[in-house]
Design a protein around this ligand. Structure first.
Ligand SMILES: [Zn+2]
Length: 248
């Protein structure tokens, strides 16, 4: 019979207390948009519905709604299965994606001066690294284009889903060489609306790097933060809505 050593139990408690105390002193930044029926959606994707299932008014003891939601609706993460077929070595569905890939140090680049026709190049990333932080293996790298300022109900404005900037294929390859775990952005897709054949999606997902799209409030975490973007555990999922948060 084996008993756990008191030493390891004590250090486990100690780590939990340390983490609790550390996180308690940090600010939580909510990086997710609110899910609502009239929100921007990718032009070819199905829409989001929040439909009353039962309520007090209909004699129910409880209020509940049914969600009809595309996996790539609102703030969400792409599984590699989104673009990689089952025989690709990096293919993983959402439920099988290790959670460690969805949390880590985040470096957020402020490119809010970008126009919709602009593309992130390797040169832009290298210059940012020299001025701020070097990208390290296991980092999450976010690009702030400031596009969340256009996030409005479709009935008010469709500017958000009309056009947007993005990451070039060669810059995506550079991030692959840096062995990062995920890339985030505050636009509808990491590839610009003008990109052909989704070069950044293929470079990133093809190398086991998940993509996080439709983030907001990245202006509050420019530079270094700690980010968590856990997906729902969807069997054979190609992606999932997330509640993305950063601690700073
Ligand atoms: Zn997606």
């Amino acid at each position: 019979m084996t008993q756990p050593s008191s030493g390891s139990a004590e250090s486990a408690v100690s780590s939990a207390r340390q983490l609790s105390s550390l996180l308690g002193r940090m600010q939580i930044v909510d990086l997710s948009h609110t899910l609502e029926e009239d929100m921007p959606i990718y032009p070819t994707h199905s829409r989001y519905y929040h439909t009353l299932w039962d309520s007090f008014a209909t004699g129910s003891r409880a209020l509940l709604y049914q969600l009809v939601i595309n996996e790539h609706c609102g703030t969400h993460i792409d599984a590699t299965a989104h673009f990689m077929p089952e025989d690709h070595p990096e293919h993983l569905y959402m439920a099988d994606t290790p959670l460690a890939r969805c949390a880590g140090r985040a470096l957020t680049l402020d490119l809010s001066y970008f126009q919709d026709t602009d593309l992130v190049t390797t040169e832009i990333i290298r210059q940012w690294e020299q001025a701020h932080y070097a990208i390290e293996p296991g980092d999450i790298v976010n690009f702030r284009f400031g596009w969340d300022r256009y996030w409005q109900p479709r009935s008010v404005s469709r500017a958000y889903s009309k056009s947007w900037p993005g990451l070039s294929g060669e810059a995506a390859e550079y991030l692959v060489s840096k062995q990062i775990k995920a890339v985030g952005c505050d636009v509808l897709a990491i590839d610009s609306s003008y990109a052909e054949n989704s070069p950044a999606h293929y470079a990133l997902l093809g190398n086991g790097i998940n993509i996080i799209e439709n983030l907001t409030r990245l202006d509050e975490i420019v530079g270094e933060s700690y980010m968590i973007a856990f997906p729902l555990k969807i069997k054979q999922g190609s992606g999932s809505p997330i509640r993305a948060v950063a601690f700073k």
